[in-house]
Design a protein around this ligand. Structure first.
Ligand SMILES: [Zn+2]
Length: 396
């Protein structure tokens, strides 16, 4: 989980730094692998800001027509599901599902991998999304198994979200195979958020590398090899929902994957208004810990810890992520972004900390020791018993 870059460089257009991890393959041995980080070029522009420069020139009308042609290829004539849409009920899932159903006349099955711990608002939003007119497949993984995996991922990798991310990535493909649905579309906008790497083909589709594997003994879960899961009380049946697809199985039934932000202009604020209009999407009455926003990633109590661990490992947290997206979409300026980051980034996940500790079966001291053991030396200093960033953006 270590970082490849020890020199911290900030993008001069947004508030991103070259410390941000890009998407990785969850089932690899990430404990012993240095993670790739986003590239900032010689002109100090991050990948996503460069993408936005290209985005202005994109012919969206043509892209939307391309999506229409793609849908024509898969649209069912007998009422069976013709597209699978993974989502949580958040603003981006409302966007993608309504567009595919109402603009492109597809017959979607929406699919949800349940959060660790639904927030009240997350559950309400999930319900109103489905109520707005969709068939939905909700899989709640065995909570006993999920807790063990989450605890392992937190202790070994400081990545408590990894088991969730695995389910979220692999389940749609497992279900697509089972139900013989050949088209999966995601609302996720990786290119817009510096998720640059070879796992996304030109921002359009997900590389099969991310959800296929060769041999079971090559797989890792929370830093533990497949063959050692038994020592942690997890059987070969327990782990099934978390498994990627065996390469040869995948080849037998080819699935087309796509991301909607490649075909239609993505704007987080527009998606928020659409979600409000279509599903009565609710936001938190208070801002989320670690940021100023009230409407992104609010369905899982574990989300706040997830973003906090990002901050520990990369020095840039949830506020950086939110501000970057809003700067690129010209909702706020870079200067406003910097002062928001100074104010909120890396805030302790105080709202749900008791639920989180209980879930992970840790006391506060153990929790803090694990957190501190993952602070990279090039990012953090400790003075008079207090940790601070060596090079925060407001001092860069
Ligand atoms: Zn940038």
């Amino acid at each position: 989980m270590k970082n490849k870059n020890s020199d911290i460089i900030f993008c001069t257009s947004c508030v991103e730094s070259n410390q941000r991890f890009v998407s990785s393959i969850s089932h690899e041995d990430s404990k012993n692998k240095k993670r790739s980080t986003t590239s900032i070029n010689n002109e100090n522009k991050c990948f996503a800001c460069r993408y936005y420069e290209k985005k202005i020139k994109i012919n969206w009308k043509k892209r939307e027509e391309d999506l229409g042609k793609l849908c024509d290829k898969f649209r069912s004539k007998d009422g069976s599901y013709d597209i699978l849409i993974p989502g949580s009920g958040g603003k981006d899932s409302v966007w993608v599902s309504h567009i595919m159903k109402n603009k492109y006349n597809m017959n979607p099955l929406t699919i949800t991998w349940a959060p660790h711990m639904y927030t009240d608002i997350g559950w309400k939003n999930y319900k109103s999304w489905v109520d707005s007119g969709f068939d939905n497949y909700l899989l709640t993984p065995n909570p006993k198994v999920h807790r063990i995996l989450t605890r392992l991922a937190f202790k070994n990798l400081l990545h408590p979200f990894q088991p969730f991310a695995m389910g979220q990535t692999y389940l749609p493909v497992q279900i697509a195979l089972e139900k013989k649905i050949k088209f999966i579309i995601y609302g996720d906008a990786q290119a817009e958020k510096c998720g640059d790497d070879n796992l996304w083909n030109e921002g359009a589709s997900l590389n099969p590398k991310i959800f296929t594997y060769d041999k079971l003994e090559d797989l890792f879960f929370g830093g533990v090899n497949y063959n050692d899961l038994g020592k942690h009380g997890i059987s070969k049946y327990d782990i099934k929902p978390y498994l990627p697809i065996q390469k040869n199985e995948f080849k037998k039934f080819e699935i087309h994957t796509a991301v909607l932000p490649y075909y239609m202009k993505y704007n987080p604020q527009d998606n928020f208004y659409l979600a409000k209009e279509k599903t009565n999407f609710q936001t938190n009455s208070q801002r989320t810990d670690g940021t100023y926003s009230k409407y992104s990633s609010i369905d899982d109590k574990m989300d706040d810890l997830h973003h906090y661990t990002w901050f520990i490992k990369t020095g840039r947290g949830r506020c950086t992520e939110d501000a970057c997206l809003e700067i690129r979409n010209k909702i706020i300026t870079r200067e406003e972004g910097i002062s928001l980051v100074k104010k909120y980034d890396g805030e302790f996940p105080k709202t749900y900390i008791n639920d989180i500790l209980k879930y992970l079966n840790l006391d506060m001291k153990e929790f803090e020791n694990i957190i501190d053991s993952f602070r990279p030396k090039h990012l953090w200093k400790k003075e008079n018993g207090a940790w601070s960033l060596k090079k925060p953006i407001w001092e860069a």
